[in-house]
Write a protein that binds this ligand. Structure first.
Ligand code: PMP
Length: 364
């Protein structure tokens, strides 16, 4: 579409053009009601139908087992860093944390306000891998075992499976790989993430909670963060982010039309595989520090010429000239980060691949 950039942002991120066009088409008059979704009462019959349809779609696409509830909350992934210990503590005095990057580190730090946090291994920087599970120190009395399924800043993804649960509920942060690959709910208690990367706009947080974990919240839990209150009110305890739910509804329909999560996953593998193969075949000109077993299919992070900032700036400048934006790595790690979320097509990824090949030819 003329004038559109190729947006490799880490989040908020690209939305499918089909979704944006549908929003445009429905903006003034949604379903013949004479108003847009964002102008509608959240208590209206029509919005209720949209909300329920969105839950049904996510249940279907993610194959969510019957014993889980789907909640629409606010406060972002960061809000859940607090909500999780507030809701799950029960009679336990601590929770186990797996810290593999900046986001799980932040989650552990925030949780420590509400529960004793034990780390199953001592995190070591720079974050480039998931340390050997055999050596982790677990506590079977932990309230839960927390992990980040995809560390957005470093490009480290738990693959192909979740960590061993050691008989406590797993809590997974899927903010940056929501519906990017098939997900196995086995051993999980909570799966959560914001929608601003793979599933829609900023402002909506989806929390998928196993029913038997509900009702154990601490007395100080704010009502808007209480899973029990949210479930009792079908996520309408207070005004939900109606525009966010609408956007996610359209994105889920788009995923379904594309063939569901298996088809999306195949494309994601092709996209990330294309960029990683250029990195690996560059004789070190491009370098990805992440352990190959845990390379993210969503956030591909790499350095140029051993971290040559001048060359990296030149690479970014050339990318901008070629219509590609937001390729700069997170400020804490530098380098380049290409976020290849679901809405990024293989063709768009190919534009980046071509630029990497050309840049290497002229600068190596
Ligand atoms: N977890 C991960 C893996 C993230 O990438 C982010 C945001 N980039 C967060 C949590 C925090 O989410 P939010 O900004 O929605 O609070």
């Amino acid at each position: 579409i003329a004038g559109r950039k190729i947006n490799f942002a880490a989040g908020p991120a690209k939305l499918p053009e089909e979704v944006l066009l549908k929003m445009q088409e429905e903006q003034l008059n949604y379903a013949g009601l004479g108003l847009s979704v964002i102008e509608m009462s959240h208590r209206s019959k029509e919005f209720g139908a949209l909300l329920n349809e969105t839950i049904t779609l996510i249940r279907e696409l993610m194959n969510i087992p019957e014993n889980f509830e789907v909640l629409f909350m606010q406060g972002g992934g960061t809000g859940q860093f607090a909500a999780i210990p507030l809701n799950l503590k029960g009679n336990h005095d601590h929770a186990d944390y797996i810290v593999t990057g900046a986001w799980s580190a932040k989650a552990a730090e925030e949780a420590a306000k509400y529960i004793n946090v034990k780390k199953v291994f001592t995190p070591s920087k720079p974050y480039v891998t998931v340390p050997d599970q055999e050596k982790w120190v677990h506590d079977e009395n932990a309230s839960y075992l927390y992990y980040c399924a995809n560390e957005t800043v470093h490009g480290i993804e738990f693959t192909p499976t979740a960590p061993e649960s050691h008989n406590v509920p797993l809590v997974a942060d899927v903010s940056s790989n929501f519906l990017a690959r098939p997900f196995d709910f086995k051993d999980h208690g909570i799966v959560f993430g914001g929608t601003q990367k793979n599933l829609g706009a900023a402002g909506l947080t989806i929390v998928i909670v196993r029913k038997d974990l509900i009702g154990k919240e601490q007395a100080i839990t704010p009502a808007v963060f209480s899973y029990k209150e949210m479930i009792a009110n079908n996520s309408l305890y207070n005004t939900p982010p109606t525009g966010g739910i609408y956007t996610t509804n359209l994105v889920l329909k788009w995923i379904k039309e594309k063939g569901g999560v298996e088809a999306i996953y195949a494309t994601n593998l092709a996209k990330s595989g294309l960029i990683y193969s250029i990195i690996d075949e560059s004789n070190g000109f491009y370098h990805c520090a992440v352990d190959k077993r845990y390379r993210s299919i969503m956030n591909v992070c790499f350095r140029i010429d051993g971290g040559n900032e001048k060359l990296e700036a030149e690479f970014l400048e050339g990318a901008t000239k070629r219509n590609m934006i937001n390729l700069k790595g997170h400020r804490s790690v530098g380098g380049i980060r290409a976020s290849l979320y679901n809405a990024i097509s293989l063709e768009e990824t190919q534009v980046l691949a071509d630029w990497m090949i050309e840049f290497k030819k002229t600068h190596q």
